[in-house]
Design a protein around this ligand. Sequence first.
Ligand code: ZN
Length: 154
Amino acid sequence: MQKELRELYQQVILDHNKSPRNFRKIENPTVSLEGHNPLCGDNVTIYIQLDDNELIKDISFQGSGCAISKASASLMTSMIKGKSVDEAKVLFEKFHHLVTAKIDENIDLEELGKLAVFSGVREFPARVKCASLAWHTMIKALEGKKEKVSTEEE
Ligand code: ZN
């Protein structure tokens, strides 16, 4: 990856860690779910408010963890807000592919849009679960899971 691009992505992650977006609780959410990454000690709770047409009207998170996990939850919530449940699933699939792709696999960053910020994560295998935690928890919440999820389950 280009050095300038890498630095830009790092800045975005640092900024989201410093001032996380949607870092709050939603009272009476349609669904909420707690997620845990025991490898790093990251904890996140995702709150989702759906409208009658399965549109994600509001999404937020709370929790504690490393910079990557917090920035990832912040970025994830800003990307998912206003999307339909189906669109959120597509974004999750793209994100999942991105962070688990092989280092030498060519990835079309333009096609990824904002998700490209996470493209450096696959170079740090220990960080993949930190970055995935919020996404993983969000998708399980939409699937209706109620019990706390862990990145070590699958
Ligand atoms: Zn972490």
